[in-house]
Design a protein around this ligand. Sequence first.
Ligand code: BEZ
Ligand code: MG
Length: 545
Amino acid sequence: MAKNISDNERDAKVFALYEQLVEIEERLIPTGLHVFGRPSSAGEKIDLLKMVASFDRPESGVRALPEGLLDEAVREFVTSGADPAVSLLEQKGVTAETTRPVFSLLETISAKLQTNNELDSLLRALRGEFIEPGPGADIVQNPDILPTGRNTHAINPYAVPSAVAFARAEAVARSLLERYQNENGRYPEAMALVLWGLDNIKTQGEGVAQALWLLGTRPVRDALNRTTNIEAIPLDQLGRPRIDVVMTVSGIFRDLFSPTVQLLDKAVRLVAQLDEPLELNYVRKHVLQQVEQEACDVDDAAVRVFSNAPGNYGTNVNFMVMDSQWEREETLGDLFVTRKCFAYGRDSKGRPIEGREARVAMDRALSRVEATYQNIDTFEIGLTDVDHYFEYLGGVSKAVEKRAKARPAIYLSDTLSREVKIRTLEETVRLETRAKTLNPKWYEGMLKHGFRGVAEIENHVSNTFGWSATADAVDDWIYAEVANTFLFDESMLERLRDLNPHSAHALAQRLLEANGRGYWDVDQSVLEKLREISRSLEDQLEGVI
Ligand code: BEZ
Ligand code: MG
């Protein structure tokens, strides 16, 4: 095959490979767990400051450092201080005027990273004393969260989405639709979105704003500057159809963002009523279709915001997967709908619908979905770090697959890099696996924590497995490399055995389950080796050896 490609094609392939390697190299990953009360090490500090310095912060007059000089400049700053770093960049033609503000921000952050009030604050809290409040976010997005050890407060839901969040969301919604269009030659008529509370706190409502953009609407503030209303962006400004959006919000979102739930529901109902051509307004198209075909009223046909029953949280899809308590994959999607089919919003007479069970409405809404999506906005927690991404995005995708009779396209955004990036689920799982689970920098960082570190590695593998179960999104090589790295390398296996044989055994069992359920196609000889390792770990746990 190599002989048949032209020089240009070869160059393009090599360049694409180069881009992928750079993407993995540049990915900021947590290298170990946070130890309560302990400030970050010098190495961690350099990585963090580089990330902070790579973003423009127009609100505080800070410009990002030039990409090519970032590493050198931040190292100079950490070893010698702000002045030498400014001079270094001046020699390279970047004026002191542009770099002073960013180094002064880095100085503030550096100093605050040295302070750690966590233990002291915990003791004060236990004594019932005052703890100074501070915002909740990640350090890169909002350096004002430092120093840690304060009483984290959220935000005012009436301020969501903020003007900045709404502006940023436009590019994300555009890229998302472009990606779908490139792959399918048209826009998706309906999409399912997952919205979480903590994420929308951190970003002041980026996920909410993305939903509004897809619908082709914008928030309107009232006389008290509260976001309580919605207006439609005219179609000629929007330049594309309005997408039908089915929203599953977490229990936390429902509790924290009650006015926002109302806003989202209002946006859908507003769009459904617009007198526009159906091929440019998929919400209206679907609502009218449903009213005609099923003799239901517009109120029921326009339900798009779903969550758990009042007082209830989570999908339980994660527990079902982790405990291997399922036979058919569709059970996972059905469980998602059972847990999440409660409607929120208001009917056309303004009467609140607060958690009414609406299974038929959710089934209908999901049956039209062609793409599912979740906004990722943090460096610290990704797809395989916790079981919540697959329980939500995986759960809704599996529910769509049965109801729409086709697997949806599944996307995630990465609003962390300089440019907005939309990735498919498969691409994101690959990137996370390379950047974390199979990356020695990550797993050695975890192994420093002994017992807990091995449990974290096993968790990552199980969460990866969750993406097989809910979305068939894991390549064979991922399981093969997990087996090679952690179990077939004798000295590594010894370390895991010593530190935490329970998790090592669970890891071997999960790999066998991946094969047993048809997610990992692998030779019998490999399986035999795995079974052997699993048996010997079991013997160890039972005290036989
Ligand atoms: C939330 O912030 O809404 C959330 C947090 C953890 C798991 C699921 C949702
Ligand atoms: Mg497969």
